[in-house]
Design a binder for this molecule. Structure first.
Ligand SMILES: [Zn+2]
Length: 239
């Protein structure tokens, strides 16, 4: 049986029984895959750390049966241990991983999504603002998966000036002439546009005050809820 070699980021691990684990791994070539790691928790197997959440490793897999691969071996590339040292960072990394998992990433865009995830975890380990990392990841990941709001022209009159309303339901925006209300400041619009237009490796490279991030938060959550179905019903709280 030919073995499959892939790098990948462990997005979730579930302990099964005394020694085993089931993993969700984001592979740049296979997409989001399920991997059964038998004996991963026994110290003998040497797989304890490489089969944990947030580990980036090179995996050797047996081909999938019923869509589940089996792990033969794993060599760690990057473990992001610092994520566990701070509750805020850990929570943010977990939210990022959950969203990535929800997007059910296909092999078509798994490679940029992996780079985005690795970039987020690296920044979280190096004192970046967790709120900014999360917001940037969510918007860029949504865009990578094909959900991009149009924030360049007014959806009604085509104006490029004074865009003041982010219509999250339609994924569009309106100018001050066409909108009755206002939920976008110039700084907020500029931040969203920067994330959407910057290349993957530069999309985190901006500074935003917490007040701006707080204003962006409900708009982005509404857009993602309405277009991707994530975050469920606001009355029930967020995932
Ligand atoms: Zn207009």
């Amino acid at each position: 049986m030919p073995l499959i070699k892939t790098t990948g980021l462990v997005i979730q691990h579930t302990n099964i029984g005394e020694y085993d684990r089931m993993l969700s791994i984001l592979s740049p070539t296979l997409g989001m895959i399920q991997v059964s790691a038998k004996g991963a928790r026994s110290m003998k197997a040497g797989l304890h750390n490489t089969t944990r959440c947030f580990c980036h490793a090179e995996f050797v897999l047996y081909p999938a049966k019923k869509e589940v691969y089996s792990l033969k071996s794993a060599t760690p590339l990057q473990v992001f241990l610092e994520l566990a040292e701070d509750l805020d960072r850990l929570e943010t990394a977990t939210e990022i991983a959950k969203f990535a998992r929800y997007l059910c990433i296909s092999a078509d865009y798994a490679e940029p999504m992996l780079r985005l995830g690795l970039g987020s975890f690296y920044l979280l380990c190096h004192d970046a603002n967790p709120q900014q990392v999360k917001l940037t990841f969510l918007l860029k990941a949504a865009q990578t998966a094909g959900f991009t709001p149009n924030l360049s022209t007014c959806a009604r009159c085509g104006s490029m000036n004074a865009l003041v309303w982010f219509d999250t339901e339609n994924g569009t925006c309106l100018c001050s002439e066409c909108a009755k209300k206002k939920n976008l400041s110039p700084a907020l619009l500029a931040m969203f546009r920067y994330i959407l237009t910057a290349p993957m490796q530069r999309c985190f490279a901006y500074r935003a005050e917490n007040v701006l991030l707080a204003a962006a938060d409900p708009l982005l959550f509404a857009f993602i809820r309405q277009h991707i179905g994530y975050f469920g019903n606001t009355k029930k709280g967020r995932h």
